[in-house]
Design a protein around this ligand. Structure first.
Ligand SMILES: [Zn+2]
Length: 108
């Protein structure tokens, strides 16, 4: 399987098992403090798993040696957040580029 196929298979497993992103944040303390992280629901008996970004790679607390479904979900979320952030910056850039000084006091 190619890496792309492994990723798609992991996403399919996540969907089949009903896994979802519970939340996201930053590791607060310990040797991994400052890393971005996501909590992902797991199977029964595993309330949730934590996926962290370390050196541009994802690490999951499930310790899977293949691209796991939790990492696949986190990666999808990262892509969505990045796309939304870029769109917001572009929207702001256009708004402020077109803003005229005269408009700022138009109502006064
Ligand atoms: Zn995992």
């Amino acid at each position: 399987m190619t890496k792309q196929e492994q990723f798609q298979a992991a996403l399919a497993r996540a969907a089949a098992d009903g896994c979802y992103i519970i939340g996201s944040g930053t590791v607060r303390a310990g040797e991994h403090a400052g890393r971005r992280c996501w909590s992902v629901s797991g199977k029964s008996g595993h309330p949730y798993l934590v996926v962290q970004v370390a050196d541009r790679q994802l690490q999951c607390s499930c310790k899977s040696r293949v691209f796991c479904k939790h990492e696949a979900l986190a990666f999808t979320r990262i892509q969505e957040e990045s796309t939304a952030a870029v769109a917001k910056v572009e929207q702001d850039r256009r708004y402020f580029r077109d803003l005229q000084w005269s408009e700022m006091w138009a109502g006064r």
